[in-house]
Design a protein around this ligand. Structure first.
Ligand code: FAD
Length: 441
């Protein structure tokens, strides 16, 4: 079996999911050897709450990552509603999000501590394939292969390069230096802590709840493993003039301004939750225009936040990264069905797979980014009536949270004539077998 060496920058959720997805191709006789190069010196508990929507949870199941699906690791509220919206002052329920078609409890929106989700994925990736303290600074690629260069002066070669190095991806800036990030005008205060700190607050809602006020919002939810999260939305300072490269997520911040935000006129539940919050970290939200392509040359692509720079909006990043990885798997499976496992895929084969992946994922994430950038300058409601109208008139995000990545992939195959469209008869074949002896680069 010819080895296909894949080098991945970053071992976050997208990087781990990439390794899991490509290694699954080995069951059809191929030999994907995937290595992840992560900047962090250790894989320790980091981040705050992260939500997975039905689309991401269904993809976890497709990957066989059962350990991330049950209620031991994440939290789902008793109402089986993804989100409940309450009035900031009166605490009354003004609006709710509902599932369109999610009958299986395990596919209903789940809330994790990010580190627990990361750890659940990590259990499916061989430890020796993760290389820590490897900060990518640049990359090179041609039709014969790819190279990643690290800050410590070393480098590594491979057949395929995947940038899973997050929002401020060095792989993206290497191949697309003109792409810029912008502050969206929103910064989140986030905290995760033990549920015991808040469990006795009178009238604490058991479901994930988003309180909306005229200028700011407050989110609170139980998480898996008896944890709790509080999230405040505030603009403590203007990041618009700062270099996006130098602004980090997860900065430790003073908790007093967070508590002060929710003192006056907020309902007693929110006041008590803010008061009980032991610390906060700051998450300035940066986003960037959609990319024109995720494929650079024939052997390089991006995945996760590196590919779609939507910032933290809609809590979509984890689920999107998982669906990206699944689309990558489907794309290689499709193309390699006609490639003899005894031979390396050609650069055309790789390019074809990456193009299928790009065509499956980029239009979907472009829609999200355009929405995020379009709403950045929304004006605060002035009257209570306007606030309520805004809450009840929220655009549905079911197209995002219940997105069917398999259907999107099938549509791409149909559009490209690789399988018949629904109006045509029968089930389509895979790609036409390659003519024997065709050249391999
Ligand atoms: C520290 C941290 C905390 C987060 N906390 C939350 C949270 O609380 N809630 C939430 O909803 N989302 C959080 N996220 C984002 C969320 O994980 C992602 O939106 C989503 O999971 C998609 O993941 P990703 O792998 O594409 O990107 P990320 O999760 O950003 O992962 C990127 C990975 O690449 C590594 N990396 C970055 N640059 C380099 C480089 N130059 N060379 C090598 N490795 C590099 C990073 O260390 C990280 O491990 C956090 C991300 C990070 C990095």
């Amino acid at each position: 079996m010819a080895e296909i060496k894949v080098i991945v920058a970053g071992a976050g959720i997208a990087g781990l999911a990439t390794a899991i997805s490509l290694r699954q191709l080995n069951s059809s006789g191929h030999n994907f050897n995937v290595h992840l190069y992560e900047r962090a010196p250790e894989l320790k508990e980091i981040g705050a709450s992260i939500a997975l929507s039905p689309n991401g949870l269904r993809t976890l199941e497709r990957f066989g990552i059962e350990n991330a699906l049950d209620d031991n690791i994440s939290y789902r509220g008793p109402s089986a509603l993804p989100m409940i919206y309450r009035h900031w002052k009166t605490n009354e329920i003004v609006s709710v999000d509902q599932f369109a078609d999610v009958p299986d409890h395990r596919h209903q929106t789940a809330r994790f501590h990010r580190a627990h989700l990361h750890d659940a994925l990590l259990q499916h990736v061989p430890r020796e394939s993760i290389h820590l303290n490897k900060e990518t600074i640049s990359a090179e690629a041609d039709s014969n292969g790819v190279t990643l260069f690290f800050k410590d002066g070393t480098s590594v070669n491979g057949d395929i390069l995947i940038g899973a190095d997050g929002l401020r991806s060095k792989v993206r800036t290497t191949f697309n230096p003109d792409h810029k990030l912008h502050w969206t005008g929103r910064t989140l205060f986030r905290s995760t802590f033990d549920y015991s700190l808040v469990k006795d607050i009178p009238d604490l809602p058991p479901d994930s709840t988003h309180w909306w006020g005229p200028k700011t919002t407050f989110f609170a939810s139980r998480l898996g493993r008896n944890m709790y999260t509080t999230v405040g939305s505030f603009d403590p300072r203007d990041y618009s003039k700062e270099d996006p490269e130098s602004v980090r997520w997860d900065q430790v911040a003073d908790v007093s301004p967070f508590k002060d935000l929710y003192k006056e006129d907020w309902n007693p539940v929110v006041k008590a939750l803010a008061e009980a919050t032991p610390y906060v970290r700051l998450y300035p939200n940066f986003a960037g225009e959609p990319l024109a392509s995720w494929v650079f040359g024939s052997r390089v692509t991006l995945i996760g936040d590196a590919a779609h720079t939507h910032g933290g909006s809609h809590a979509a990043g984890g689920s999107l990264a998982l669906d990206d990885a699944w689309a990558l798997y489907l794309s290689f499976k499709q193309v390699l069905a006609t490639v003899d496992p005894g031979q390396k895929p050609t650069s055309q084969d790789i390019h074809q797979a990456l193009t299928l992946y790009d065509n499956t994922r980029r239009p979907h994430t472009t829609r999200l980014i355009n929405g995020v950038l379009g709403s950045a300058n929304a004006v605060n409601p002035v009257t209570d009536e306007e606030l309520r109208q805004r809450m009840t008139g929220r655009a549905s995000t079911i197209w995002l949270t219940e997105h069917d990545v398999n259907a999107a992939f099938t549509k791409v195959l149909q559009d490209e004539g690789l399988i018949p469209s629904i109006s045509e008869s029968g089930t389509g074949p895979l790609l036409q077998p390659r003519i024997q002896g065709q050249s391999r680069l």
